[in-house]
Design a protein around this ligand. Structure first.
Ligand SMILES: C[S@@+](CC[C@H](N)C(=O)[O-])C[C@H]1O[C@@H](n2cnc3c(N)ncnc32)[C@H](O)[C@@H]1O
Length: 267
């Protein structure tokens, strides 16, 4: 499964606007005075751009992805970052030695429960915090509404649970399942709702998103997807669209004290 750099660039401003700023500040603080951050499914380095300004200059990044072309762009954007070309299915190869934070953006919903359970075990062994943002949560709304909106969303959500390279994907449940698994492992977990709210100003993103949603809904068996897409595309210049996401910050209990003064009341 490939992710076009053009699509990642198109969605990045909406991702930046949606990120929960309190969780971002806490994640940056947890990374410590000499951060070593391992970003999973790094793409072109969106996490470096979102977090970088909140970290000391000494911060070091290890960008993990299996797509060599995306990693080349990431390193061109961030020459000091280390590119780690790796299939995330090879969990034991993750470059976690000396890491202070593991992060991910727009990745959790692609993963399987089996993968996530094994990953949680590894993070527990290293006592590392995990900061995963912008996982799709299954909720989409449009203004003005169309009769097929709910059916298309349901079909899209079914497609989101098909195998994205890790076994049956967690899809819309990923944020809550991550919370459960990390809490069962004794972590303190904070969750924040971080929806995209797209307006006429995001017409290009809306248009591409609609093509993607309609394609996925059609794959999941919704026969009306092309007509719904055509009707929705005609409304892009006047419509508004909300796409739900969750940000998750999971903290080993031994490091929760570090959050003093960074508010631990969220939940
Ligand atoms: C939705 S993109 C998110 C990219 C980036 N984090 C961002 O927010 O712009 C998912 C990323 O996961 C990577 N990816 C997907 N499957 C992977 C795998 N099996 N191993 C390593 N990386 C993978 C893709 O190449 C892509 O860069």
């Amino acid at each position: 499964m490939g992710f076009a750099p053009q699509w990642l660039a198109l969605r990045e401003p909406a991702d930046r606007a949606a990120r929960d700023t309190a969780l971002l500040a806490r994640a940056a603080h947890l990374a410590g005075p000499a951060p070593v951050i391992v970003d999973l499914g790094a793409g072109t380095g969106a996490s470096v751009r979102a977090l970088g300004g909140h970290l000391p200059d000494a911060a070091r990044w290890r960008l993990v992805d299996n797509d060599a072309a995306l990693l080349a762009l990431a390193v061109a954007n961030h020459p000091n970052a280390q590119a780690c070309q790796l299939d995330l299915n090879h969990l034991s190869d993750l470059p976690l030695d000396g890491a202070t934070l593991v992060s991910a953006s727009a990745l959790l919903d692609l993963l399987s429960e089996r993968w996530l359970r094994a990953f949680v075990d590894i993070l527990v062994r290293h006592q590392l915090p995990f900061y995963a943002v912008l996982s799709y949560d299954g909720v989409m709304h449009w203004q003005p509404e169309l009769p097929d909106d709910a059916g298309i969303t349901a079909a899209f959500n079914r497609d989101q649970c098909t195998d994205k390279g890790f076994g049956p994907a967690l899809g819309a449940a990923s944020g809550h399942i991550a919370r459960t698994l990390f809490e069962q492992a004794g972590y303190y977990v904070m969750l924040a709702q971080t929806p995209w709210v797209l307006t006429q100003q995001d017409a290009r993103l809306q248009a591409e998103l609609l093509d993607g949603i309609a394609g996925a809904a059609a794959r999941a068996g919704h026969g009306g997807a092309p007509a719904w897409n055509a009707a929705r595309q005609r409304l892009v210049s006047q419509g508004r669209c909300t796409v739900g996401h969750l940000d998750v910050l999971a903290v080993p209990t031994g490091r929760v004290a570090l959050l003093d003064g960074h508010g631990c009341g969220n939940g």
